[in-house]
Design a binder for this molecule. Structure first.
Ligand code: ZN
Length: 110
């Protein structure tokens, strides 16, 4: 019970507070905290995720095209309500399967 709020530093072995993420003795970042961070930074390309969300929620306004620098076709989508929804659906599918390119010609992949 007395060790409930304590743990060992994985680097130097010092007994440290369980809540801390930096060892006060050696300054090493603790494993629990590292794991939590790794879980947040899952291997999804953030740019792809933003493009998917923009297309999913604001796709009929061409938001994903503005985001990926397709300004002219973005305006065209905005005027035509995403090509009456058809163009929007095609874009959404292309983005999800990783076949959508930005203005520079790079595929935006998961
Ligand atoms: Zn330490």
């Amino acid at each position: 019970m007395e060790h409930q709020y304590e743990k060992y530093c994985h680097n130097c072995g010092a007994i440290i507070d369980k809540q801390t993420d930096l060892c006060p003795k050696c300054g090493a970042r603790q494993a629990n905290f590292q794991n939590a961070q790794t879980n947040v930074n899952i291997n999804v390309n953030q740019r792809w995720l933003i493009t998917v969300l923009l297309c999913g929620f604001l796709g009929v306004f061409g938001a994903h095209r503005f985001y990926t620098n397709h300004i002219l076709s973005g305006i065209l989508q905005l005027i035509t309500c995403g090509g009456l929804g058809i163009w929007w659906i095609i874009d959404l599918i292309l983005i999800i399967i990783g076949q959508f390119k930005d203005k520079e010609g790079n595929y935006i992949k998961m």
